[in-house]
Ligand binder design. Structure first.
Ligand code: 2RA
Length: 349
């Protein structure tokens, strides 16, 4: 039975972590919700109708490592950078959802369905990094393609939901959409959670652009798959776009393989992969959509792959459409599956 802290418990990902723990993903003795000073005193158990053994909400500075086996951080890179290593150095396993430690060589970057071997032994750093949400769903679709015919290069365009911007992102999309429906002339101001007005528009910039014109989100989509898949030379070209959708990230993934394949072989390889739901042309519709994926918990836990096709002029070029719940597959569920795998491997709990 684990003593687990959820740092950022009142945020969009933290709330999903509590809900998943309530559903029994791992056996818990005690759950410590951690939030800002202004959240102290909130009863998250009542707010979310949880039946967990919840401790009173505390601030991250108040966490005592002697009372913890594991802490899941979902409060952003600043909090992780400032507080995670204090707990890790005191023996607490840290599963971090932020970008703070992902590229450190002594920190495994883990998608349990893709590179479980990265957790065969406890990392000496006591740090495990959860990849970026848009990376997770992409590598879960890429892995079977790599095993089938060896990846050569990837081009991806993402269509990322407002929930990637947390509670504030969801609220801004809802409020801004209402304003425009009430007054079609309302333009909305630049700034805000997404840098530009999102309702009824698209924002092709997630995170700051670097001096080569790639945004932070696109850099993650280039670097993280190389580490997770163990393919340091993998070429990835990414365009990350924020779209006026509340939940679930979608991705148009174009892959170049080393060997020729058929659509039937690709569908078979994807369908044989744990945690993927495949849509073929005999399905109606033959593709997943954000609202259909978010509608049921059993679908929120899967990566959905459709529009599977081999380019007519090039049998080594494959295109797929990938949709997943960025709060579950892309964050809370992947993080808790890391905890679950660590327990299964016998070195946690
Ligand atoms: C986003 N991947 O979608 C980033 C962080 N969750 O905004």
């Amino acid at each position: 039975m684990l003593r687990i802290a959820i740092v950022g418990a009142t945020g969009a990902v933290g709330r999903e972590c509590l809900a998943l723990l309530d559903g029994g993903i791992v056996p818990v003795e005690r759950v410590v919700p951690v939030g800002s000073a202004r959240s102290v005193g909130r009863d998250l158990g009542a707010e979310q109708a949880l039946s967990l053994p919840l401790a009173p909400l505390v601030t991250v500075e108040e966490l005592d490592p002697r009372d913890l086996d594991v802490a899941v951080f979902c409060a952003g890179a600043d909090v992780s950078s400032r507080e995670a290593e204090r707990l890790a150095d005191a023996g607490v396993l840290i599963v971090d959802n932020s970008s703070a430690f992902r590229m450190r060589p002594d920190v495994p970057l883990v998608v349990p369905q893709v590179n479980p071997g990265a957790l065969a032994v406890r990392p000496a750093s006591n740090l495990v990094a959860n990849p970026n949400c848009s990376t997770i769903q992409m590598v879960r679709a890429l892995q079977p393609l790599h095993e089938l015919a060896t990846l050569d290069s990837v081009v991806v365009a993402t269509y990322q939901a407002a929930s990637g911007g947390g509670v504030r992102g969801l609220e801004e999309l809802a409020e801004g959409s209402r304003r425009i429906l009430d007054d079609p002339g309302a333009q909305g101001e630049a700034g805000g959670r997404f840098g530009q007005p999102l309702p009824f528009s698209l924002v092709p910039e997630i995170g700051l652009q670097d001096d080569q014109g790639l945004t932070h989100e696109e850099r993650k989509l280039v670097r993280e798959p190389r580490k997770i898949l163990g393919l340091p030379g993998l070429r990835v070209s990414a365009t990350a776009v924020r779209v006026p959708v509340f939940h679930c990230h979608s991705e148009a993934v174009h892959v170049r393989l080393r060997e020729p394949v058929t659509t039937a072989a690709v569908e078979k390889a994807l369908a044989a992969t744990e945690g993927l739901r495949v849509y073929t042309r005999s399905d109606s519709p033959s593709y997943p959509m954000p609202r259909s994926v978010f509608a049921r918990p059993e679908d929120r836990a899967l990566v959905h792959v459709g529009r599977i096709r081999v380019e007519p002029e090039d049998p080594r070029a494959v295109a797929v459409w990938v949709v997943a719940d960025n709060l579950w597959v892309g964050a809370a569920l992947n993080a808790l599956q890391i905890v679950e795998l660590s327990v299964k491997n016998g070195w946690l709990g």
